[in-house]
Design a protein around this ligand. Sequence first.
Ligand code: G3P
Length: 219
Amino acid sequence: MKLFLDSAHLPDIEYGLETGLIEGITTNPTHLSKEGEKSTELLKKICALMMPHDVSIEVTEKNALDVYNQAHRIADLAENVVVKIPCMPDYVPVIKKLVIEGIAVNITLLFSVVQGLLMAKLGVKYISPFVGRLDDIDTNGIELIQDLKKIKNIYNFKTEILAASLRGPLHVHQAAMAGADCATVPPALFKLLLHHPLSEKGVLLFDQDWKKLNMQTFP
Ligand code: G3P
């Protein structure tokens, strides 16, 4: 499972790259609204930093024709751009056209298996089921990932399942067990993933025992 960072915050993206664990970025209008820099310039910087890994950038227009034209402007920002488009009926012809034109598309705000199936039939690069937001309304978000994976295997579709709206390490664990192709995580969650209290306790215990030897140099 590839790990993406769900952020438009440059220092977090730089840290993610340094770790060697982050293989893509997903952004959305909420992330961009939190950054002071001009969004277009910031996104160009992120794309350059992440090359050749994918950077998802979301459309903000509402009317289908405007979405289509904006998708092209977004795709022109860099070679590694993936255009993020909400899963809405009005946008289906636009999505189909963009796919035919060779634009990489990530379908966001996806909440059901049938939405996923239909978007995969259009040939998009990614579908992004929102796990946490389903949990928020008392619906099991991880089951959606599991079901999408089953459908992917049955029909052998190429579209990648990008688990999004993940809120904690258990979501990442369950998305991996369900066979998600990618998981996008906010920076705070990314930093949490490697922590385990027993690892930290173990380091302390080894250190205490080692100090009993009172060695100045080793080896
Ligand atoms: O990738 C989608 C993500 O940004 C949404 O997360 O926590 O706002 O549901 P959340």
